[in-house]
Each structure stands twice: as C-alpha cells, then as structure tokens.
Design a protein around this ligand. Structure first.
Ligand code: PEP
Ligand code: MG
Length: 538
C-alpha cells in the first residue's frame, strides 16, 4: 500500500497503464542560417497553436470554459513576446538551434517560477513545461503525447501528468490516475476534481513500483493506492465505491434545487467562507449564498492590515461570483483565539470574555472604518449584507451603524458609489443578546445565531477545552430555548433569522432547527448538500 496526497476524491479499481516518458534529448548545434532556424521555430509554434485549439475545444465541451482557460493561457504563452522573444534572440545572438534556445529560455523561466513562494504560481511552472515540451515535439517531428487506451477501467500511472495530458484522458475508459509528483493546486489535480476522476498525487515512486496491467485500488478519499490487492480487499472497496457513488449521485441532484421543507417553507442553505475563493466551493456544492464570511482571515498570515482596496477586491469578488445570491459579511472578529501578529493585544485572563470583535472595532475606529468603507464600496456588486459580531447591547449596534454612516457620508463626498440600502444584522452569540432578541429585532434587519460562542457562554464550557467538551452540548435545553427565543423574536418583528455556527451543519440538529422556524442555515461547503436533503425531508 502507498500513501500520497488525495487530489480528487472517490474510489476506483482498475489496471495500470504506464504513461511512458516522452523526454527528448536536446543537443546544441551551431547554425549559420538564422532565418531558416526562426522559420522552423515559427512552424512548430503554429502547429502547437492548432493542437492546443483542438484540446481547448475538447476541454471546453467536457469540463466547461472555466477549466479550458488553462489552454487559453498555453496559447497565450505561444504569443508571449518575452518568452518567444528570448528564444529568438538566443538563436540570433548565439547562433544555436531552436531546440537548444527553447530549452535555455524554458529553464530560465522555470527557475524564476519555481522559486516563487506562492504555491499556486509555483504550480504554473508545469504550464510552461507543458507548452515548451509541445513546441519541442513539433520541432523534432514527434507527435506530442496522446493517450491511446484500448481497455476500460484504466488507471493512468505517470511520473507527472501535464494539464494537456489530463484534458485528453478518455473519461469513458480512465477510472483514476496516479502520479509520483504534484500537489493539490496543480492544474492536473484541479482538472481531476473537475472531471471527478479519483486521483492520488505525490506518491513519490508509484511509476516505478507498478507494471502495465497490474490491478490497483485507488482510494482518492484517503490518498491510498493498494497494488495487486487480494479478493477480500477488492470486495471491501467495491462496496465502498458503490456506497460513495450512490450517495454522491443522489446528493448532487439537489445542487440546483431551491430548498423548501415538505410543508413548503423556503429555507436558504448557505456556506461559510474564510477566503474569497472559498465561495467557488460553496457554489459547486449547491450553496444558495454565503451566510458567513469570516473576514478576520483576510487579516491573518501577513504582517500588516489589509488595505481598503485589498478588502474591497475580496468582497467584490465574492459578491460577483454569487450573482445576486445573499452574501453576509461579518466585520472583523479578532481576539479570543484569533490573534494578529502585527496588532499588539493586552494579555487577558479570559480572552473569550475580553477585548474582541465589535468591542475592539468600536475602540479602534481607525481599523473599523477601513473595513466598512471597503464593504460599502463592494455593496454595488451584489446582494451584500453586513453583520456585526459579539453584540451584547443595542447601544453597540447603534454605535456601529453610526460609524457606518460616517463612512457612507465620506464616500458620498468623494463621489464613490455604494448601495442606498444595505441590510445590517448581528450575530446572536452572547446569551444576553438572545434574551433581549425582541429589543434587537426592532433595530436590525436580521439575526445569525453563532452557536459556537453561544453554547460556550450559555454552558460556561470553553469551546477550546477538551476536558469540558462533554458539557458543550448544542442540544442542551438552555441552548435550544435561547435559539427558539431568538427565532421567535425575529419573526414577531418581521425579520429573518439564520444560524452560522457549526450547529447549522450538524445533522442531528437540522430537523429541530427547521421546526423552530430557522430561515437560513450556513455551514462548511461540504455539508451543504446533506443539509439540503434533510431539510427537504422535514
Ligand atoms: C460562532 O460563534 O458560532 C461563529 C460562527 O463565530 P466564530 O466561530 O468565528 O466565533
Ligand atoms: Mg463567534
């Protein structure tokens, strides 16, 4: 058995087809006719472009425009004046053959890309290698690699697969693929997930550990490969595979369905996000909006505050992706267990009861206003709502709204657009707020119950301390009573009530919450489809 990185979930049992390496040995040759060498290069580029257009069209049909975009960037690289210019000038000034000049430029570009810290950009080195290899094949008159699979249930095993290799996989025959190298964000992994072909990457030496025809089990959930398994293991995995596929198929039918209970009540099932890109997963999993954007994650893993423009871009990105679906953005909730390296905070005996969230923001209006301005500016790009965390008194909410108004006035003076009405709500995560929810409901547009904190404060059981986790019970009658009070208070005042704490994705609580009248559930993307199913059965 071998353990690698799960790049795409699912199970497969099939026979190995080893992808041979199509490395071409490059020999430096001196040339005398620069023009004819440049013409050779141009013809190879021309042929590469034609091949890539065909691959791109195929990818567009099978995987959608989004994923085919990688080939658009391959085509663009063929026209890139910096890349191609460097190859040509190497031919001209050093009087060397096109193969060697192409290899020199590729290597120097790869050195730059592979040194980049950002994993996503580093993975783009694979794209450069892919395009360069294609031009090289065309230069030497070798057909770039095409898969010719003659048997079904094929598991492709390779040292590495390029994005164009992946796009050419015949989905009707290929059941999985395995590679020695690669990470979760390589295009190969991204495409495997889009094609929904189970894949395990980063297996180190799988390509030299198996032979053509070997039977393998690919466990894309755990990132495992079992080579030549016994009958008992095969049976076990056949059952796992069947169960996995049945559940996925069933659940996915719900992705585009608007959620209603059996009794006909509309309930929004949304996703929680921490980074702007997370919205994509929410949508893929049938999310009907974002019920909690934990913006503090924009402030983490860096050494200074994100600027107004940086925040604006992140909020705008999510709002646009949601195309009018609701987007609840929570203002900065720092403190408690969430610290910023560049913002000195006082040592506290009880940080969860201390200087955090709205308390900090009302004190540090310099920080708060930057965020509010970014939020207001992004409001014109979608259905954006603003939510304040850790509110314990009506006064805090009114103060927060006043600061928001100051920001709005500034923007008006500067001639910068924002929506004329933005719903504003609060998190109900302090028991006091739940108890006086009827008061709050007169002032706010909505509530979202933050059960992660509400439970710890109600039961006096630290959410971080495993020694008291047996006390931390979402279904404790006191917690349920506070939830019910909050929902009733919202409804009595014509407002809606959601929940964005972990309890919203807890399958054991879904039915109760529907019965209590909760209007919106917001949870991690992977729980959405299951929650939709339970709600529709309630
Ligand atoms: C909560 O308290 O339930 C919540 C959603 O906020 P966080 O987990 O970020 O404190
Ligand atoms: Mg909280």
């Amino acid at each position: 058995m071998k353990k690698g990185i799960s790049a795409s979930k699912g199970y497969a049992i099939g026979n190995v087809v080893l992808q041979e390496s199509h490395e071409i040995i490059i020999i430096e040759k001196s040339i005398s006719d620069v023009n004819s060498e440049k013409t050779r290069l141009e013809s190879a580029i021309h042929l590469s472009r034609e091949q890539l257009i065909l691959i791109k069209n195929k990818a567009e049909l099978e995987m959608g425009a989004d994923k085919a975009a990688v080939f658009e960037s391959h085509i663009m690289l063929l026209d890139d004046p910096e890349f191609m210019g460097s190859v040509e000038s190497d031919i001209e000034s050093n009087l060397i053959n096109a193969e060697k000049a192409l290899d020199n430029t590729t290597k120097s570009f790869l050195t730059i890309f592979e040194a980049i810290e950002d994993e996503y950009l580093r993975e783009r080195a694979a794209d450069i290698k892919d395009v360069s290899n294609r031009i090289l094949c065309n230069l030497v008159g070798k057909k770039p690699h095409e898969f010719s699979l003659d048997s079904h249930n094929t598991v492709i095993v390779a040292h590495d697969l390029t994005p164009s290799d992946t796009a050419q996989l015949d989905k009707s025959k290929t059941v999985a693929f395995l590679t020695d190298i690669g990470g979760k964000t390589s295009h190969t992994a991204i495409m495997a997930r889009t094609l929904e072909i189970p894949a395990v990457v980063g297996l180190v030496d799988i390509s030299t550990s198996v032979n053509n025809g070997d039977l393998v089990i690919v466990d894309g959930v755990a990132g495992l490969v079992i080579i030549n398994p016994d009958d008992k293991t095969i049976k076990e995995y056949e059952l796992k595979k069947e169960a996995y596929e049945n559940e996925k198929k069933e659940l996915h039918k719900l992705a585009n369905i608007t959620t209603f209970t059996k009794g006909g009540k509309r309930i929004e099932v949304c996703g929680n996000i921490g980074k702007a890109e997370d919205v994509l997963k929410v949508l893929e999993n049938g999310g009907e909006g974002v019920g909690l954007f934990r913006t503090e994650f924009l402030y983490m893993d860096r050494d200074s505050m994100p600027t107004e423009d940086e925040q604006f871009e992140a909020y705008k990105f999510v709002a646009e992706k949601l195309q009018g679906k609701p987007l609840v953005i929570r203002t900065l909730d720092i403190g408690g267990d969430k610290k910023l390296s560049y913002l000195p905070m006082p040592e506290e005996m009880n940080p969860f009861l201390g200087y955090r969230a709205i308390r900090l923001c009302l004190d540090r209006t310099d920080i708060f206003k930057v965020q509010l301005r970014a939020l207001l500016r992004a409001s014109v790009f979608g259905n954006l709502k603003i939510m304040f965390p850790m509110i314990s008194s009506v006064g805090e909410f009114i103060q927060a709204k006043e600061i928001m108004k100051e920001c709005a006035d500034e923007l008006t003076k500067e001639g910068i657009a924002f929506s004329s009405h933005i719903d504003t709500g609060i998190m109900i995560e302090i028991p006091a707020a739940a108890v006086i929810a009827d008061e709050f409901a007169k002032h706010v547009d909505f509530f979202s119950i933050g059960t992660n904190d509400l439970i710890q404060y109600t039961l006096a059981a630290d959410r971080m301390n495993e020694k008291v986790s047996y006390i931390y019970d979402p279904l404790h009658p006191a917690v349920l009573k506070l939830i019910k009070m909050t929902i009733d208070a919202a409804h009595a005042n014509g407002k809606w009530c959601g929940m964005c704490g972990e309890m919203a994705g807890d399958e054991t609580a879904t039915k109760i919450l529907v019965e209590y009248g909760l209007d919106e559930f917001s949870m991690s993307a992977s729980s959405i489809l299951k929650a939709k199913k339970i709600i529709m059965e309630t």
